[in-house]
Design a protein around this ligand. Sequence first.
Ligand code: HEM
Length: 513
Amino acid sequence: MSTGSPTALSACAIVATVAVSALLRWRRKQQGSSPLPPGPPRLPIVGNMFDMPTTKIWETALEWGKTYGDMVYIEVAGVPMLLVNSFDISMDLLTKRSSIYSSRPRMIMAEIGGWGWATPMVPYGETLKWHRSILHKFFSSPSLLKYTDSQQQGCYMFLRQLLEAPDEYDRHVRRLPSAVMMMNTYGHSVKDDNDRYVIQGETCARMITDFNGYFILDLMPWLRHIPEWVPGAKFQRLARESRELSKSYKHDLYALTKKNYLEGKAKECVTTLYLDGATNEAGVVEQEESFGDVTSIVFLAGSDTSVLAIMNLVLAMLKFPEVQRRAQEELDRVVGTDRLPTFNDREQLPYVNALCSEVLRWQAIGPITIPHYTTEEDEYKGYRIPKGTMVLANIWAMARNADVYPDPLEVKPERWLPGGANFNSIRPEEFVFGFGRRICPGRVWAEHMLFIAAASLLSAFKLERALDAEGNLIPLNEHYEGETVRYLGKSECKITPRTEKVASLIREHAESF
Ligand code: HEM
């Protein structure tokens, strides 16, 4: 979600441009039958433009919620937005009424930057359905792609890297989901941190995140026609660079995998499985262009998010050592010390499973959904929600609602266990992945990845806070930044193998990778 300030462009231009259309819209709305949902007072033309935070809209939405309720309506220069702080309302609108709440607004910077084809940007319709059907087929369960095998293998490698360079845990965490994703999507084996395709993917992901500062273009789409040489139009340079990157990113790895496939050298992955079924006798691949679009988005959408889930897990373990101790006690009892955990152990590890749920709740990775967009006017609880409203569900607010989750800032896996405070409550997995027809298609893959990473890490290593030269605890890094996802850097810590035996087990397994 982009919430950048319009400061880059002159306020006069903004006012002049939106004045006529916004005034007309405003007049029309005043004549409508039901009132709009409550929200901070709007000025006639610019609406709430000057109330908009430049960062962390989810915090402002929660603050506004204290005055206006769980559904806060604002308008920014004629663009209607609904911020939803509650799970129930998000379900009512985005899931139960998904036939009209499932599109996406135009995101001009993504369009001119060459990313209009990316699944999260695609408006609701046949193209989106096709993208999602492919993603569903391969990621909604591990049965077809058997991705749990590569997640398991990736974890052995991860443990090995931790053994060798524990201080660089953030680097190893970053590599784990990326390498598994590359293997699952393209059969590409990531050998080291300098992998060309991973770097390319990460550069794209960063670039797309930078688009956040150009929300102003969505309000005044005509600005896209300003030439690059005009002062203040540096977005055109970014868009040009992004178009080039987007093209090569989409093309390079797919082309390599297809070549390997045709030569009989490719490892089984989403691309080869698709090519198996979609190549006709003349060698023509059905919907090849669209398929390339879908595969390219998997790494971009799935890598950073899954990395952050594991980074949050590590932080939780350093901050709440008693939780780590209980998880390890369960792992020792169920898995023992002669082997490393596998997915077969999952059902016997309720505390570790609860820990994974709790980590997803404790620090929302994507604090707010990507904007949903209404394709028809709606009426809800006596309020009118105009056609063309951007609807943002505040995942961050839901996750730390103290009325539902007591002590929301604490990590308490036991809350999810029988008899625990939240045993019968809404599970984090029901909202941290979004809602309705735009719900994250990678959630099952991500849940598997987090489970096996947590079980492997805690089975093998002890995580402790680091001490300074005077023997004092070094403060943890709890600083999050980013708008689309909340990035977290590493904390100073000590990561040591729990036994000599586990260290040799790790060496054995990693050698057979
Ligand atoms: C812990 C990890 C993850 C989290 C927290 C997460 C969260 C989300 C959220 C909140 C959305 C927006 C949903 C909405 O608009 O209602 C989303 C969309 C999406 N996610 Fe994930 N995600 C994760 C992992 C993944 C993975 C592994 C993949 C790859 C298979 C993936 C692919 C996507 C795609 C393609 C979309 C866009 C869907 C659409 O617009 O229809 N995500 N994700």
